[in-house]
Design a protein. Structure first.
Length: 300
């Protein structure tokens, strides 16, 4: 009898040990996952327990479509800071997925399943949900190359001999830099971020203000045969329509710059205009960094 009771107790202890409660992990997807054909896309989650980030986990994820059979896609996630885990995954198509997360710590495994709608990417990055498209990047690349062509033509008129050779070699060395996608995205993000801030401050860009700036840049380009040839090849109507969209953002950002100049001038009435401009530009850059940090920017 005692032996039977002892056996029952041991079985009960074993059962209780096998049914110990899993850690109460919560998983939030912090970097939206998009689908792009034949490309791995970034993915990030936050793992919490009792409202605190959980560190030291081994995390993997298994993706399977809810309503279609495209097999299973597995990915191992790498630990970041404060309970974040990230990786890259290539999915067959957009749609509804079930994601099985397997979390392991101290040889204890926990599984969590999340339903998630994967959307097809509409660009290479986004700012507060507004896409930066391949066409946007290509236009900035064209503008940069247009400026390079103007610089080359200017130096061809200014220099001869070795001076010209050195100047042209320098502009040739800049070609890869002006076409670097990270540099192009930085230019786009800077301008759009400050334009958003200008609108938050109540500024607007009128059609007359935009047209004034467009006329200035049109007059500049008309001085250079290389620029006119490139714009003609690009398509004049398409080019100036896109430029008009860009100069709406430029006019807005200029108004923030003017705000900075007026602020510095008011605070320092004895300061020279050169020093005012320097301090205003410094404050503008600080404001830009602050604004970018407030925005939700996703680079794919």
């Amino acid at each position: 009898m005692k032996k039977a009771m002892r056996l029952t107790a041991l079985l009960l202890l074993a059962l209780l040990a096998g049914c110990s409660a899993d850690p109460e992990y919560s998983i939030d997807i912090t970097k939206p996952l998009y689908q792009q054909p034949d490309k791995e896309m970034p993915f990030e989650i936050q793992v919490n327990a009792k409202d605190e980030g959980v560190t030291g986990l081994d995390v993997s994820a298994e993706f399977s479509m809810t309503n279609m059979d495209h097999g299973m896609t597995k990915v191992k996630l790498t630990e970041g800071e404060d309970g974040t885990y990230s990786g890259k995954v290539e999915l067959p198509m957009p749609g509804k997925y079930e994601i099985l997360f397997i979390l392991e710590k101290d040889k204890e495994k926990t599984e969590k399943v999340i339903s998630y709608e994967v959307e097809k990417t509409e660009g290479v990055a986004s700012i507060n949900g507004e896409w930066i498209t391949d066409e946007d990047v290509d236009f900035y690349k064209f503008i940069n190359n247009l400026q390079l062509a103007i610089n080359r033509e200017t130096d061809q008129k200014r220099y001869t001999g070795n001076q010209l050779k050195e100047a042209l070699a320098y502009w040739d060395s800049q070609e890869k830099l002006v076409e670097d996608q990270n540099q192009l995205l930085t230019q786009i993000i800077r301008l759009r971020s400050m334009a958003m801030l200008a609108e938050e401050k109540g500024h607007t860009a009128t059609d007359a203000e935009i047209e004034t700036e467009i006329n200035k840049v049109r007059a500049q380009y008309d001085q250079f045969e290389s620029a006119k040839a490139m714009i003609n090849e690009y398509g004049e109507e398409k080019f100036w329509e896109t430029e008009k969209q860009q100069y709406q953002l430029i006019v807005l950002s200029q108004k923030v710059q003017k705000d900075m100049i007026e602020k510095v001038k008011k605070e320092n009435p004895e300061m020279s205009q050169q020093e005012i401009n320097f301090q205003a530009q410094k404050q503008y850059e600080e404001l830009l960094v602050s604004q970018v940090n407030l925005l939700k920017i996703e680079i794919l």
